[in-house]
Design a protein around this ligand. Sequence first.
Ligand code: FAD
Length: 240
Amino acid sequence: VRASAVRDGDGWRLTGTKIWTSHAHRAHYLVALCRTSPASEEDRRSGLSQFIVDLRAPGVTVNPVRLLDGEHHFNEVVLDDVAVPASMVLGRIGAGWEQVTAELVYERSGPERFLSVFPLLRELVRSAQDNHDVRALSALGRLTAELITLRQLSVRIAAALDRGESPAVAAALVKDLGTRFENEVIDVGRVVAGVEPSLGSADPLARTLAEAVLHSPGFTLRGGTNEILRGIAARGLGLR
Ligand SMILES: Cc1cc2nc3c(=O)[nH]c(=O)nc-3n(C[C@H](O)[C@H](O)[C@H](O)COP(=O)(O)OP(=O)(O)OC[C@H]3O[C@@H](n4cnc5c(N)ncnc54)[C@H](O)[C@@H]3O)c2cc1C
């Protein structure tokens, strides 16, 4: 983390760049993780803090980054000596790493980590039922069973969060399994759909297939890549 926050009177001044910030062009505020003191040799995670930044403040620039289908989803946010009052420190100065990893449990275990392709799955089931396509229905039945299992895992993690726990390893596994499931829905969809993916199509199956294919490269990246998640799981199992 190279973005920095330095004390300025009662408040702070933030400078740094963050790429891939979803919906920063729509949001009024973002949460920034910044270095507030140098990392120590033995612990790179110390000296980090979180701030709530008003995106309308002087020194903030939000540059669009377009997705493959041209959609404006995420951005590059540049902070150039942005003044942030002390009241906008999130949590504790120096506790940024513990806070951000706890927050990531929500992002990694939530339903948006396995439901990105739900519109496609629904269209595939509808089409297979209309066409009495037994082979497709059997493949889709297996995927639906996986989806229900993922939902149960996600709900169990939500319950653990409610109890005040921070199940980081379980959340990492839900995201790893969930995003692999999403890609599997697309793979099965391409085989059984019987239509070419087409963004401009009036056919919802062709359209949702095209949307899923074009968004799929980000599934296993956002919220932490699968390699990073497996590293977290390995550490949780005492293997690293
Ligand atoms: C659709 C989308 C939306 C996003 N929205 C947001 C957002 O709203 N806010 C936000 O802050 N970020 C957001 N991101 C950013 C996302 O969290 C990062 O892109 C992601 O965590 C990967 O980090 P990176 O891009 O720095 O890749 P890198 O860390 O540079 O990784 C590059 C490659 O190297 C591999 N790699 C890196 N380190 C290791 C390691 N130690 N061991 C093994 N392999 C490794 C990775 O797995 C990956 O394949 C979004 C990304 C996407 C795609």
